[in-house]
Structures are given as C-alpha cells and as structure tokens.
Design a protein around this ligand. Structure first.
Ligand SMILES: NC(=O)c1ccc[n+]([C@@H]2O[C@H](COP(=O)([O-])OP(=O)(O)OC[C@H]3O[C@@H](n4cnc5c(N)ncnc54)[C@H](O)[C@@H]3O)[C@@H](O)[C@H]2O)c1
Length: 384
C-alpha cells in the first residue's frame, strides 16, 4: 500500500515542475481573515504579495507591517478598484472583504483578467452568485471559494464514505451546527450589520454545514426550500462583546430549513450563532444500505466531535462500524492557498468551484426568501 502511495507522490511531483515564475498576488480587505491568507501566501516560494487594499485609511499598510511584510516593496490602496486598476502585472487576488463586498470585488477582478480566491460565503444573494459566475465565464480565469474544511481529512473521509456506495442510495440528510453563545464580533461589527454582512449565522457557518454534506454527495441541484431565519439573541447585550453592538445587529442568528434536492433527497438543516442547547444535532446521512452519523461539528474548521459511525445490516444483524478520527497532515488554510496557486500555475480546475458553490448560495438565498414569504419557494437558476 505504501509503495502505491509513494509512486503516486512521485508522479505528482514529476508533473508539477515549477517554472520559477512568481505569482503576483494582491489582498483585498485587510481584516481578520486576511491574516490567514497572507501567512499562507508567505509560505509559498512561488508567490509575491505585491499589493494590499482596505477602505479604512492606513489599515492595509498597518496590516502588512504587523505581518512581517517589507512595506517598501508593496503597494497600498484604498479600494479594490484602485488596486486592480494600478497593479498591471497582478495575477491573482484574495478577496477578504465582508460579504456585501464579495460580488462587486470578485466581478471587478475577474473582468480585469485576475484570478480570484473569494472568501466564503460566496456572496449574499443568488442573483449576485449568478453575476459572479458570468464574470468568471467571461474571463476564463480561476475562481475558487474559500472553504478550507474541504482540505480536512475527516471531511474527505465523509465524501469517500458516501462515494464508496456503502450507504446505498442516499435519501435523507440532517445537518447543521451551532453555539450557545457565539455571535462573532471579534474585530467590530462587520459580521452582524445588514449593510456589511447581509447574512448572519446562515451565511457565516451555515454555508460550511451545507458544503460538508453537499460536497460529499456530489452537489445535487436544490429544487425547493421551506426556510426560517430570525435574529433572536443579537439584541441582548449579554450575547455581544459590547452592549452598544445591539444597536447595529441586523442579521439572523438562527436559521432552519427543509430542502428538496434533485435525486429524491431531502436535506434537513439548522444553524445557530446562539441557542439554549449544546448542539442542534449531529449530521446524519441516511442511505438504503447504511447510515452515517458525524458527531456535531464546529463547522468552520472541519473538525468533528468524535469518531463517525456507520450503521448497517450484516447477515440480518444490526452492526455499527466506527471510523476513527483522521489526522491532518498540514494546515487546512495553507492547503486552501496552495491549491489556488497550483490551479493558476498548472492550469488545473478550480479547487472549490463556483459550479458547486452556486447551489450552496442558492439554498441560503432560498431560505432567506422562504422565510420572508412565509412559505416554500422554488429555486430557479437560469442558464448562463
Ligand atoms: N474562511 C474562514 O475561516 C473565515 C474566517 C473569518 C471570516 N471569513 C470571511 O472573510 C470575510 C471577511 O471577514 P473578516 O472577519 O476578515 O472581516 P473584517 O471586517 O475584519 O475585514 C473586512 C475588511 O474588508 C475591508 N473592505 C470591505 N470592502 C472593501 C473593498 N471594496 N476594498 C478594500 N477593502 C474592503 C473592510 O474595510 C475591512 O477592513 C467574510 O466574508 C467572512 O465570512 C472566513
């Protein structure tokens, strides 16, 4: 077995001969997550981070300096547009802005021939996601969405189990996640304001729960949604880092939905930034030959709450197979950046493609629309 894996490693290395050319990268939005991007780029010998942009005067430069960048060798700008317009040799950008700025920044970069690594959630609405996909198609550039749990060995195992056929035909999935007190305001209010985030728990951590199971089963098309979302805790001072944040809280902190997927599959989903419960439940994937239980996850980092179990029937007996937790070799954030750079250098497919994540966004959009309408809604994605 080891020999087979070694042979594969050698083949991969043979195929990937680095040219020595440096990929020139810009970072748009220099807040919390930008640090993880920058630190991972700094570990890549074939990357030069040449430019930084942030709307807040001085923030981009201070950010670069704090992260050990030689500021005399980089350029600093006050918006994504300024950066893209001035950096003529730019190959790629990481878009690390708050959600409401994902679509405009991604479309502008793609339309100017720049590869894009776009943070999650893809954007706020399905309409925006469609416009991003159109820009990607026009540009022929790589667009990857920032779902680092995809690179986690446990998440890969979930996918392997589903693809192996051991569960038979999958017909029902329960997924979600949550925290008792976890409304994120570590560096201000960009996650909880309507005009910056646009979505609360639903977009922030809901997109990860959806990606975990949808990626595992090949991202079937979503058809209809009955959704509910509400902001139930964000106006209570004890749930926020500063009491005055209650004044600007304007998004959901809980969402739930029942989603019909192509292939006669139903998805039962719930997500919470705050709740009076330890967990809204484990993830369960039920098939005609077996069921998989994934102990409640901390969504964003791909971790699971313990070993997974497959429930099946062998020779007429109910049997359980425990899948031990897998060890990760390396950092998922580093892998997210490396996979994006490799896709650029070696003309590989996007590591986390928009063709999948548009369905993730369509479900989020459907939940919001259904909640507003108070009834089930259809998901319609036009051809583009
Ligand atoms: N992958 C992960 O684990 C992870 C973790 C945290 C956040 N995120 C995502 O990253 C995004 C940013 O989150 P954050 O916590 O870093 O937010 P943040 O508010 O700390 O930083 C966002 C920054 O973007 C800047 N900005 C906004 N629009 C801009 C524009 N057009 N041009 C230049 N700068 C602009 C803002 O001024 C701000 O400084 C969010 O979409 C969030 O969902 C992902």
């Amino acid at each position: 077995m080891a020999n087979i894996l070694d042979a594969f490693k050698e083949k991969q290395n043979e195929e990937r001969v680095y040219t020595g050319k440096k990929i020139k990268v810009g970072i748009i939005g220099c807040g919390w997550i930008a640090e993880a991007h920058l630190q991972s780029y700094l570990k890549c010998d074939d990357v030069e981070v040449v430019a930084f942009a942030d709307l807040v005067p001085g923030k981009a430069e201070a950010f670069a300096k704090a992260n050990g960048v030689d500021v005399s060798k980089a350029n600093f700008y006050l918006s994504d547009k300024e950066l893209i317009d001035n950096e003529k040799d730019l190959d790629a950008v990481s878009i690390c802005t708050y959600n409401r700025q994902h679509a405009p920044c991604a479309i502008y970069a793609l339309d100017h021939g720049v590869h894009v690594l776009l943070e999650k959630p893809m954007c706020v609405t399905l309409e925006e996601a469609i416009e991003i996909c159109k820009a990607e198609k026009r540009s022929g550039k790589i667009l990857s969405i920032g779902f680092q749990p995809r690179f986690d060995e446990n998440m890969k195992m979930v996918k392997k189990i589903c693809e192996s056929g051991v569960l038979g035909r999958i017909y029902y999935i329960q997924t979600g996640g949550g925290r008792r007190m976890g409304i994120p305001t570590p560096f201000g209010t960009s996650f909880i304001q309507e005009d910056t985030a646009g979505l609360g728990a639903l977009g922030d951590i809901g997109c990860y729960s959806l990606d975990m199971v949808l990626n595992a089963i090949g991202y079937p098309k979503p058809l209809t949604v009955t959704g509910f979302k509400a902001g139930l805790f964000g106006k209570k001072p004890e749930y926020l880092q500063k009491p005055e944040y209650t004044e600007v809280f304007g998004v959901d902190d809980f969402a739930a939905a029942y989603v019909r997927l192509e292939g006669d599959i139903v998805l039962d989903f719930r997500i919470a930034w705050a709740m009076h419960c330890d967990t809204p439940g484990d993830t369960i994937i039920m098939g005609t030959e077996g069921g998989l239980r994934i102990p409640s996850t901390e969504c964003w980092n791909g971790s699971i709450g313990g070993p997974m179990t497959i429930y099946h029937n062998i020779a007429g007996e109910c049997v359980e197979t425990v899948i031990p937790e897998m060890n990760n070799d390396g950092d998922n954030f580093d892998k997210k950046i490396r996979s994006f750079i490799d896709a650029i250098e070696f003309n590989l497919p996007s590591p986390v493609p928009s063709s999948q994540i548009i369905y993730n966004q369509a479900i989020i959009d459907g939940i919001a629309r259904s909640s507003d309408a108070g009834k089930e809604v259809e998901i319609v994605i036009p051809e583009f």
